[in-house]
Design a protein around this ligand. Structure first.
Ligand SMILES: C[S@@+](CC[C@H](N)C(=O)[O-])C[C@H]1O[C@@H](n2cnc3c(N)ncnc32)[C@H](O)[C@@H]1O
Ligand code: SF4
Length: 459
């Protein structure tokens, strides 16, 4: 695969990221708690096999100036304790509406913020309740996002004892000067030792997160960081493009003052990440994810069985409808999305007063569910086979084509470029074409108004 800056530049237009369809900016506040409860009940019969659980911990000891996550700094122990109790209350309330006898949990994901910034006993407390309420599949993937700045080896022992078997470590960059200007503490222990210890303790799918496009980073300096990552041999590596949105995250202005790499430098960093990691034997998935060929993600990608939710890529085999708990968490069901209030204090007030804290959401009609399946297939697996979508929805291929406004003319330029092949059966996207899957997916999105600038650039 020969990826060039000309190719990426040519396809760098505004478009949704499609972490969900419809995208989160379509969620609205007319979606009520009653709608949420209806959807929880309906979810027991819609692709009910697997349950995924998401727990959001919105706390960090200090704020990295680049941070785009929903987190709060310096909350007191009593506040965190009340938050943990509130999550437990929310779990109990949601469980009132779920079929807990016939459905198994196949995925649990803890994200944030920094989940390992709270005491391990709080994590254990919530995990115990989950185990009491739900039936966990023997092979459930239980994952946690951790900052290595606060991670001790005994925490890994404690997490393993609770059943955790996946970990993602936020590295961002190995260079101290880069970490210093973004106000981030470096790892407490050498990352290689942490990764080796995780493996010894039975963790797999171990991931390292990096960001490219931060102040002081150059193409050469990032190359060194990625080289270090390769030597550590994690199962997965993610290289996020720095999302600069100072109108939402004011703190990011501090980075603007220091100076950010130019768009051209950023593009070169991305191209180098892809080349360097592929040369080191990692499979490139989407634009910024990389996995060792033996890793479950790489295997699922090869077998066209990859799926995606707000927590990132996962395998279709273990994915279920996602029930989210905690401030700002998003529940992702077959029929709807529902997001909780973002502020931890307001979230706790709402749960304590009314039992729920839904702020906005979206109910999908059948046509939107079909478009979602089509976009997921393109984004995750680089193929679209109409027959498969038709079987999923008990419809004919022609009906599906009509619903997604299938028009080969909209895709003709991609075909001329040699990055997709189109037939009556569907489309197949090349490895290079998969890097701009968002652009291809946009051709199937009926809600997309051309030239809309509310979205970030696709590359
Ligand atoms: C919740 S954090 C991971 C755990 C922990 N808080 C940490 O930072 O180590 C999720 C990831 O989001 C990424 N991230 C945060 N802000 C970002 C931004 N503005 N642009 C791109 N990626 C970002 C970082 O790579 C980070 O590791
Ligand atoms: S530690 Fe993670 S969540 Fe916390 S401020 Fe930094 S990037 Fe954001």
């Amino acid at each position: 695969m020969n990826i060039t800056s000309e190719f990426l530049d040519k396809h760098n237009v505004s478009g949704p990221r499609y972490t969900s369809y419809p995208p989160a900016n379509f969620f609205h506040t007319q979606f009520t708690t009653e709608n949420y409860i209806e959807q929880l009940i309906a979810s027991n019969n819609q692709q009910p096999e697997n349950i995924s659980i998401y727990i959001h911990i919105p706390f960090c000891p200090q704020r990295c100036h680049f941070c785009g996550c929903n987190t709060e700094i310096g909350q007191k122990k009593s506040f965190v304790e009340r938050y943990v109790d509130t999550i437990k209350l929310e779990i109990r309330n949601v469980c009132e509406h779920l079929d807990l006898k016939n459905r198994k949990v196949t995925q649990i994901h803890w994200g944030g913020g920094t989940p390992n910034a709270i005491a391990m006993k709080f994590i254990a407390d919530i995990m115990n309740l989950i185990k009491e309420k739900f039936i966990l599949d023997n092979n459930a993937e239980i994952a946690i996002e951790c900052s290595p700045a606060y991670l001790e080896f005994e925490h890994i022992d404690q997490l393993a004892a609770m059943g955790f078997n996946r970990m993602s470590l936020g590295i961002q960059d190995f260079r101290e000067d880069v970490l210093k200007v973004v106000n981030r503490q470096g790892p407490r222990h050498p990352v290689k030792d942490v990764v080796d210890y995780l493996r010894k303790k039975g963790f797999s799918g171990i991931n390292l997160d990096f960001i490219y496009g931060l102040p002081l980073q150059t193409v050469e300096s990032l190359k060194e960081t990625i080289q270090k990552a390769i030597e550590i041999k994690p199962d997965r590596i993610v290289t996020f493009s720095y999302a600069h949105v100072p109108w939402v995250k004011e703190e990011q202005l501090k980075l603007e003052k220091i100076g950010l790499p130019s768009p051209k430098e950023k593009m070169d960093m991305l191209i180098n990440n892809i080349k360097q990691l592929q040369e080191a034997g990692y499979e490139s998935i989407g634009i910024d994810h990389f996995a060792h060929p033996d890793d479950q993600l790489a295997i699922a990608y090869k077998n066209k069985k990859l799926h995606r939710n707000f927590q990132g890529y996962c395998t279709l085999e273990t994915t279920g409808q996602v029930y989210g708990f905690g401030a700002s968490s998003i529940t992702q069901l077959w029929g709807a999305y529902a997001q909780n209030i973002k502020s931890a204090a307001l979230y706790m007030d709402a749960i304590e007063k009314t039992g729920f804290a839904i702020e906005r959401g979206f109910t999908l009609n059948v046509n939107q569910q079909i478009v979602r399946s089509v976009i997921n297939s393109i984004m995750c697996n680089g193929v679209l086979i109409f027959k498969e979508i038709a079987a999923q929805f008990n419809m004919t291929v022609d009906e599906i084509k009509k619903i997604v406004n299938f028009d080969p003319n909209k895709l003709i330029d991609f075909e001329k470029e040699g990055i997709i092949s189109i037939s009556d059966d569907g489309i197949i996207i090349s490895e290079l074409g998969h890097k701009i899957a968002r652009n291809i997916a946009m051709a199937f999105d009926p809600d997309l108004k051309q030239g809309e600038s509310i979205y970030s650039k696709t590359v």
